[in-house]
Ligand binder design. Structure first.
Ligand code: NAI
Length: 342
């Protein structure tokens, strides 16, 4: 019996994401929540002849409470997306408040749920959720995921385009750091060594840049109509499905996610925190409490953080990680301060 709740279910990401969860055999109840249009989306999906029970809720009549109560996994693609010329950070002013309110709902009505945060800027929205859950004494770092899967998905696709003999599905690229511009650090030296070693320095730099700014290709092509929705829904579903499989005792699943490190009891968290803050960050900036890293999933959620990849990356990637931590510490502090000031 698994209940999944999608917050922002009527949006560009929310609709295809909800469709995919309606098809997932692990999901017994799918609850959709949005501030608009969700009854129509829910009614439409409810006609699909899979066994998953569909519920849809607007805010009125305690909709958020009903959507969240009993939920095992809450996935959040709520908020505004980018338009051309905007960075993910530009979204903070609107999305921070939306995420704060949803996180308060989760703390109250689904305190034990796994929470997957898609809404941007992920580098700041995930710290907001963590702060709210901490304030309510229900924070469990094993259960909070910043969704960076799309960066891995893009990295696989883009490196495959440069490969002579392998398709995208042959790659499983690790992307470290965060989820915006230069905080996104794909580590092809570890994930796709055969292709990587054939590339010139210019080609390597162009490949990394394409992963870091791949979202801009979509924003530009959509020409004002938003950012990635279908590839994002796929990526969010990929992580959600992996987690559902782990909850159902499939062993040794590894996914990358933006995970909380500081004071966390998760295996590898203390080592990751120490390495990032002592070796990759200058001592003046505030702590990098979160980082995208490969994690091993289990029925508890994040069972182990595979931090040793940080020690293995090459010199150029180390340089990129240092640039990432400088920005990340500010992004994280911005999210944390938003709750401290509220
Ligand atoms: P959208 O505008 O199509 O959909 C957002 C939905 O959220 C709308 O249906 C809206 O009514 C709903 N919403 C707004 N306030 C809400 C609230 N308080 N409670 C519940 N729902 C609420 O936007 P789209 O394209 O689906 O993007 C959603 C978010 O995902 C954006 O912040 C975007 O930047 C982010 N995103 C994240 C990616 C990642 O890799 N993590 C990739 C692409 C987008």
């Amino acid at each position: 019996m698994v209940k999944v709740t999608v917050c922002g279910a009527a949006g560009g990401i929310g609709q295809p994401l909800s469709l995919m969860f309606k098809l997932n055999p692990y999901v017994t109840t799918l609850a959709l929540y949005d501030v608009v249009n969700v009854p129509g989306v829910g009614k439409d999906l409810s006609h699909i002849d899979t066994d998953t029970k569909l519920e849809s809720y607007l805010p009125e009549n305690d909709g958020l409470e009903k959507a969240l109560t009993g939920s095992d996994l809450v996935i959040i693609p709520a908020g505004v997306p980018r338009k051309p010329g905007m960075t993910r950070d530009d979204l903070f002013a609107i999305n921070a408040g939306i995420i704060r309110d949803l996180a308060n709902g989760i703390a109250q009505f689904a305190p034990s749920a796994f929470v997957l945060v898609i809404s941007n800027p992920v580098n700041s929205t995930v710290p907001i959720v963590a702060e709210i859950l901490k304030k309510n004494n229900v924070f469990n770092p094993q259960k909070l995921f910043g969704v960076t899967t799309l960066d891995c998905v893009r990295a696989n696709t883009f490196v495959a385009e440069l490969s002579k003999d392998k398709e995208a599905s042959a790659f499983d690229t690790r992307v470290l750091g965060g989820h915006s511009g230069e905080t996104i650090v794909p580590v092809f030296s570890q994930s796709a060594p055969e292709v990587y070693k054939e590339l010139s320095d210019e080609q390597k730099a162009a490949l990394v840049h394409r992963v870091q700014f791949g979202g801009d290709e979509v924003v530009k092509a959509k020409n004002g109509a938003g950012s990635a929705t279908l590839s994002m829904a796929y990526a969010g579903y990929k992580l959600g499905h992996a987690l559902l499989a782990a909850i159902n005792d499939t062993p040794n699943i590894i996914e990358s996610t933006f995970v909380y490190l500081k004071d966390s009891k998760i295996k590898g968290a203390a080592e990751a925190f120490k390495y990032i803050n002592e070796k990759l960050k200058d001592s003046d900036s505030s702590d990098v409490d979160f980082f995208a890293l490969p994690v091993v999933l289990s029925s508890n959620g994040i069972e182990e953080i595979k931090w040793d990849i940080l020690e293995k990356v090459d010199a150029k990637e180390t340089e990129l990680l240092k640039i990432a931590t400088g920005q990340l510490s500010k992004n994280i502090a911005k999210g944390t301060a938003f709750i401290a000031g509220n």
